[in-house]
Ligand binder design. Structure first.
Ligand code: SF4
Length: 243
């Protein structure tokens, strides 16, 4: 199952048809896949995670059993263990310290779900996880990622939180690269991070689109920079545009 065969199948059969047709091969390859996923939430409703969980259950089980996802606050909760009133700062007991270890190693697929949060006054402190701003977390994780998947409309361009007709404009919710449909926001560039980004818009994207794209990335069927031509001007994979 080479890259071109996968892309041709998706463009002819659609993401769902591709998964159905190639499920045995995908599951077999996933069992020996080396790539890992770090999945960080910004400002969103977790509907993208729910959509992913609604994808083909055999493929989902394979991904979870093989521990392809190594950080996800909803799926892999393990944090805040106290012993005798003292918080254990141990990667084995607290996923936050585990993430610090993962970031030192690098080379993972970073999935961003939800918008980044800039406000107030560019501090990012309107959205915190364990005391750290989500924006800071995403920038830090992006620095060691091999590719970033901006999952859903929120992460792609701001989405519902980024609606600029409301008071949200004060809070400032951009996507990873875009804010709105045309304005380009170079948060990563501002921090000297030059990583490939794939946008998969949709609120949420369809389960089979998320699963197919994640499978392509986990199986290294898409690599950068050589596969940059597979993306359109909005950084969507041309054969899986979301929506
Ligand atoms: S894109 Fe839609 S479904 Fe996904 S986190 Fe944002 S609001 Fe929720």
């Amino acid at each position: 199952m080479d890259k071109q065969e996968c892309l041709d199948a998706i463009s002819i059969l659609g993401a769902g048809g591709f998964l159905e047709r190639y499920k045995p091969e995908i599951r077999k390859e996933l069992r020996s896949a080396e790539s890992k996923v770090v999945w960080i939430h910004g400002a969103g409703c977790s509907g993208c995670t729910m959509s992913f969980l609604s994808a083909d259950q055999e493929l989902l089980s394979t991904i979870l059993e093989r521990e392809c996802i190594i950080y996800h606050k909803t799926l892999l909760e393990q944090s805040g263990f106290f012993v005798d009133g003292v918080l254990m700062r141990d990667p084995e007991l607290d996923i936050e310290y585990y993430l610090e270890d993962i970031e030192k190693t690098g080379g993972y697929i970073l999935v961003v779900e939800g918008a980044l949060v800039e406000g107030p006054a560019n501090s990012g402190r309107y959205c915190l996880i364990a005391g750290k701003s989500v924006r800071e977390r995403i920038i830090k994780a992006a620095a060691r990622a091999k590719v970033i998947l901006a999952l859903g409309t929120c992460a792609s361009c701001g989405g519902v939180p980024g609606d600029r007709r409301s008071e949200n404009v004060v809070r400032d919710f951009p996507g990873v690269i875009f804010r709105g449909a045309v304005e380009r926001r170079i948060i990563l560039d501002e921090h000297g991070i030059r990583k490939p980004v794939i946008n998969l818009p949709g609120c949420p994207p369809k389960p089979e689109q998320i699963m197919a794209l994640l499978a392509l990335l986990l199986l290294d069927k898409i690599r950068f920079p050589e596969d940059s031509g597979l993306l359109d001007e909005y950084l969507r994979l041309k054969v899986i545009k979301g929506g």
